[in-house]
Design a protein around this ligand. Structure first.
Ligand code: KG4
Ligand code: ZN
Length: 364
């Protein structure tokens, strides 16, 4: 048995988790700073790093005690090295280095995006959806993952479409040219005066809305020769929502109370439908082109119900989604990714720096 303590502090969640054999969560503790940043409508970096400094130690202690283990029981530590906010990343990295020094434990430096990918290894059998079959039960056997897999990572900071051909082997197929998918949800949420973060608020508002009420743009993008590609662009749809608001109410101003005349639910539903259509359309086409065994979705936006349901309906092959608790940032996924690297013999020397920008294609 391999026991790994994962530590995550790349953005606004301070998290620690103990994971067994890269697949079983013994504990997962997350201290979210959402309340601290809500007043700014986004993340305030200095507040984030200082909150991590206060919270990291109690969060690690709680993860160990909930798992019923001590530092002496661990085989290794896994910590997020990047991408993320530098001042936030250093807090987790220094915690891991301190524990490594004190206890002689090996450290694996993990890419946060790879962590999101490995959240699918922590998802039980009931999170694998097969077209035409009834939903699997938690007690069913876990179907091992076979490559190649097409992975869509959609979070507040990233929208990446990847072909995963083996453990740690990624070919980038496309990414966003402007806003990340989650960022678009957050910005449109703000335009609609919905509570931060916008993603869950838009999903909630959209439940009572008509997704066909407004014809918002689907940006498919083409290359110079008119060829189709796998990149995304979400800033145009955000602008289209703003223009629609201005035409519905000429006195509309962002960040002021919204007129009761504005059909917020219809706008939220129409926006969500447009984003989901493009995300699903490109992912399914990539899975066909590369003959993927399965489709994975991961990252904060993969919590979106419409995205999950549409992907499962249109994929034409099995789809794995993370449990809701593993969609947004957590340390269990970092421990899971670290477990595969640790088993492959990887270990960082203690002079490693954080990497605020770190594409998945550059992990070695
Ligand atoms: O993965 P994550 O916790 O942090 C980053 O690494 O960025 O993702 C956070 C993002 C936010 O933009 C949030 O609005 C979005 O995920 N999100 C959602 C939903 N839940 C969270 N977006 C759409 N629908 C949701 N249900
Ligand atoms: Zn994330």
């Amino acid at each position: 048995m391999t026991l790994i303590l994962g530590i995550e502090s790349s953005c606004d969640e301070t998290a620690a988790a103990v994971v067994e054999d890269g697949r079983h969560i013994r504990s997962s503790v997350i201290s979210s700073q959402v309340d601290l940043h809500a007043q700014y409508g986004g993340i305030f970096p200095e507040i984030a790093s200082r909150a991590h400094v206060e919270r990291i130690y109690p969060v690690v202690e709680e993860a160990l005690s909930k798992a019923g283990v001590t530092l002496g029981d661990l085989d290794a530590l896994a910590v997020t090295r990047g991408p993320g906010l530098a001042g936030s990343l250093v807090v987790g990295v220094n915690m891991a280095k301190g524990l490594a020094l004190a206890r002689g434990l090996p450290v694996v430096a993990v890419n946060h995006l790879e962590g999101h990918v490995y959240s699918l290894w922590l998802a039980g059998p009931e999170y694998r959806f097969v077209p035409g079959e009834p939903p699997a039960q938690p007690t069913d056997p876990w179907v091992p993952i076979e490559f190649p897999v097409v992975v869509l990572i959609v979070s507040g900071g990233h929208s990446e479409l990847l072909l995963m051909t083996g453990h740690g082997e990624y070919t980038p197929l496309g990414s966003t040219l402007d806003d990340a998918a989650g960022e678009a949800f957050d910005k449109v949420g703000r335009l609609l005066a919905l509570p931060y973060p916008g993603g869950p608020s838009i999903q909630r508002a959209a439940e009572n809305g008509d997704p066909a009420a407004f014809d918002l743009p689907r940006v498919w993008l083409r290359g110079n020769q008119g060829e189709r590609n796998y990149d995304f662009s979400f800033s145009g749809i955000k602008t289209a929502v703003l223009r629609t608001l201005e035409s519905l109410d000429p006195s509309y101003e962002p960040d002021t109370p919204i007129s009761p005349e504005i059909p917020v639910a219809d706008l939220a539903a129409s926006f969500q439908a447009a984003v989901v259509e493009v995300l699903v359309g490109k992912t399914v086409r990539a899975a066909e082109e590369y003959d993927a065994t399965e489709i994975f979705i991961a990252g904060g936006v993969s919590a979106n119900k419409a995205l999950r349901e549409t992907m499962i309906a249109q994929a034409g092959r099995p789809v794995r989604v993370p449990p809701l608790s593993l969609c947004t940032d957590n340390a269990a996924m970092i421990a899971a990714a670290g477990a595969f690297r640790f088993r492959a013999g990887e270990q960082a020397t203690l002079d490693f720096d954080v990497r605020p920008t770190w594409p998945l294609t550059e992990i070695g």
